[in-house]
Design a protein. Structure first.
Lengths: 322, 319
């Protein structure tokens, strides 16, 4: 049994323009200690998919169906009070914006000890000592001094490390990292990724890494799910995915990566993402796809095993056959 | 932090100094010669001259100002022209009444305004929000005198729960005192509560959608902690600003409220002094009001620093 099992998850949002279909039926599994990348461009539903695990989507406007199981326990129907015991303890989150995700009015130490006192029932003093250890773990120098400081006294990379310290404070089973390196300088990105790798090795934490950066995926992830318009279009172990990308969208993403060897313009994917308001029975990518044929416009391709069979793709005309 | 407070206190002293010059010159700029007025209509020029000399009015303006400041600092605010009582004694009697009224009104405003603002923000777009904003708009629009009369009509005349007016010192009978103060405090606090509610609501709405609140939720904290600690703490700057600005309005509100409920406070003293052209009292009243404003602003600045680590730690100005 997998640590985390998402089955047939759909998420719609009530908006003034109508029902926005953010996630349109996605299933995925996460094993213990696994680093799974969820990739795709903005609006493809990768963040929404991940945030529905700790149920951090706005409750008033979110309509969710499907199943999310952690250790076999269904989370979607759990009472809010039970869910609060899981958030920050079994499932924790590192958000995209290190500059605004910490509370400016509280010290770094308070914001770390808060979660320790909530879930581990530590005394003030024990929580403090643990906070210092955690800051050291995420690679912050002079941790004993840093815990007395406020977020505005820290750089962006430092703040992101503090966020990570908060997220791993209670040794979570699943850590969700939403674009954790996007807002950071390239030089700091590698350090933050190292922290994740280190945590996985030391604590066995499974990580869902949300990113649109395939470089990050190649660097750290074990397995990747490529999402497009609310659905998974390709899923494979990372080395396999990069060796033989099957879905034309994945291929497009890879070709759009800047490379030092190639001069000139980046290869972009032509066209636009389809509307999230309607969902015709066709391949969502067909309008932008160079391989599209009549069958792509008549029916939606399902995610199916390719060669080898842990490589899944939703395409009638997959490429990269070896 | 100490340096910050000292700097703020220093600028407060400068403001007080400038204000004292304005008050001094303002009184001197009034039409009519005070010596002539005091001497009476049938006085000889020699008598007028004697009075002028006695009160130091023949000295140069600068010397007069130095005298004025010296006297004021030593607690001598002159005598009321009405009953010849020392103005300092009158203030000592009237000021506590208004301070009590203002404190109670402030309490009403904070409890009702802050509470309703927080609830409205949490239940945005739902019934509690509409009720709070509706009452807020009404509370903001209704003038004190009308609300006061309505309150007297309902609670004193129809229901007979509370006395209509009058004042009993707290030291004499606390129960009677509170019974008579509760309605004026409610009337004076209503507008204040309404403003505070609206500002708290919008500040809390901003805070509740902030990223750090999402972080707090992701930690599994209770809603009470998320709202009461994380969101509220960052809204308090707004609340303190509004409190500071509105405490001034509280003084003018007290003038009207004390008039309606016949409370012998600072506000009523001001009105009576103006009506009888009691210059020493007016001068003192203006001075006390200025001191009140300056003190409140100083407290607001210090509160800012406490609430915002950025100000506290840099020791600098706002920002």
């Amino acid at each position: 049994m997998s640590l985390l099992e998402i089955t047939d998850l759909t998420v719609d949002f009530d908006t003034e323009d109508g029902l926005v279909q953010a996630v349109r039926g996605i299933s995925l599994e996460l094993g213990e200690g696994e680093i799974l990348a969820l990739c795709g461009e903005s609006g493809c539903g990768k963040s929404v998919t991940a945030m529905s695990v700790p149920r951090l989507l706005p409750p008033d406007t979110t309509r969710l169906s499907g199943s999310v199981k952690l250790d076999g326990r269904e989370l979607t129907t759990l009472p809010e009070s039970r869910m609060r015991q899981i958030r920050g303890k079994d499932v924790s989150v590192v958000f995209q914006e290190p500059m605004t995700s910490l509370n400016p009015s509280f010290t770094v130490g308070y914001q770390i000890t808060e979660v320790l006192r909530r879930h581990e029932g530590l005394s003030r003093r024990a929580a403090r000592d643990r906070a210092v250890e955690l800051l050291e773990l995420v690679g912050i120098p002079l941790p004993a001094r840093r815990i007395k400081e406020y977020p505005h006294q820290l750089s962006g990379g430092m703040r992101q490390r503090v966020m990570i310290a908060i997220a791993v404070a209670c040794s979570p089973r699943v850590l969700i990292a939403d674009e954790p390196t996007t807002a950071l300088d390239v030089t700091i990105q590698a350090g933050v990724l190292d922290v994740f790798r280190d945590l996985r090795d030391r604590l066995g934490t499974a990580v869902i890494l949300i990113t649109h950066d395939l470089g990050v995926v190649a660097d750290i992830a074990d397995r990747a799910v490529v999402m497009y318009a609310g659905r998974a279009v390709e899923q494979a172990p990372v080395t396999e995915l990069f060796a033989r990308p099957r879905h034309p969208y994945t291929l497009g993403l890879m070709n759009a990566l800047p490379s030092a060897a190639v001069n000139g313009r980046l290869a972009e994917i032509p066209g636009m993402v389809p509307s999230p308001l309607t969902d015709p029975d066709e391949c969502a990518f067909q309008a932008r796809c160079t391989r599209a044929q009549d069958d792509c416009r008549r029916k939606r391709p399902q995610l199916e095993p390719q060669q080898p069979d842990d490589h899944l793709a939703a395409c009638f005309h997959p490429g990269g056959q070896s | 932090m100490v340096w910050f407070i000292l700097r703020r206190a220093g600028s407060a002293v400068i403001v007080l100094f400038l204000a004292s010059i304005l008050i001094f010159l303002g009184i001197r700029a009034l039409p009519g010669d005070p010596a002539v007025v005091m001497a009476g209509e049938e006085a000889s020029p020699a008598m007028v001259e004697a009075i002028r000399h006695e009160f130091g009015l023949d000295k140069p303006l600068l010397a007069q100002y130095v005298d004025y400041v010296g006297q004021t600092l030593s607690g001598n605010l002159g005598r009321s022209t009405q009953d010849q009582l020392p103005v300092a004694d009158i203030l000592a009697e009237r000021l506590p009444v208004t301070l009590e009224l203002s404190a109670l009104a402030l309490l009403v405003a904070i409890v009702v305004g802050l509470g309703a603002g927080i609830v409205a923000a949490m239940k945005r777009g739902r019934l509690p929000d509409y009720v709070a904003t509706g009452f807020g708009l009404a509370g903001l629009s209704v003038p004190h005198f009308w609300l006061g009369l309505l309150g007297i009509l309902l609670f004193a005349v129809t229901l007979r729960w509370l006395p209509a007016s009058g004042y009993v010192p707290f030291t004499q009978d606390p129960g009677q005192n509170l019974q008579r103060m509760i309605l004026p405090a409610l009337v004076l606090g209503t507008g204040f509560a309404a403003i505070l509610m609206r500002q708290t609501r919008s500040a809390m709405l901003g805070a509740l959608s902030a990223d750090y609140v999402r972080t707090a939720r992701s930690k599994g904290l209770s809603e009470a902690k998320v709202v009461g600690a994380h969101a509220l703490r960052n809204s308090l700057t707004t609340v303190v600003t509004v409190l500071g600005l509105q405490l001034g309005a509280l003084i003018s509100g007290a003038v009207v409220t004390e008039q309606i409920f016949v409370i012998p406070g600072f506000g009523k003293l001001t009105v009576d002094a103006v009506l009888t052209r009691n210059y020493p009292v007016i001068q003192a009243v203006v001075l006390i009001t200025v001191i009140g404003y300056v003190l409140v602003n100083l407290l607001v600045d210090i509160a800012y620093a406490f609430l915002n680590p950025r100000i506290r730690l840099s020791g600098g100005g706002h920002g």
